[in-house]
Design a binder for this molecule. Sequence first.
Ligand code: ZN
Length: 140
Amino acid sequence: MRFWEATAGRAFVGRLDTGSDLVQEIERFCAEHGIVAAQVTVIGAVRHARFAYYEQDDHRYRELDSATHHEIVGFTGNISLRDDRPFLHAHATFADADGATVGGHLLPGCEIFAGEVMIREIGGASLVRRPDEATGLALW
Ligand code: ZN
């Protein structure tokens, strides 16, 4: 286990524009505001969902795509630095008109219908992603 003590930083609340990209908009906002470590939550709905499942044996993502409208019923994510830029790592659960859910590791390509975002900046900890041999992932 690895832990770092961190402090609470700035807090931001906002609304994503209809038609915008869920991942790209949050990363762009963080880059513009110098946010390099943060906790991110979102509630809202998407017109299109893109996410992935990580194949642990193969060390590769299996990309999934759902072109129907969904509620965002769960979203937890963080901002860290990857290749010197703010990177959003988020997992989300999406519910369709029948309440059936899909979800996984969020990918660019989720088109926002409506999205309320809260970003809580974290200070005092340097979260930089580097390749991890055991998992094949880019981890802190
Ligand atoms: Zn993930």
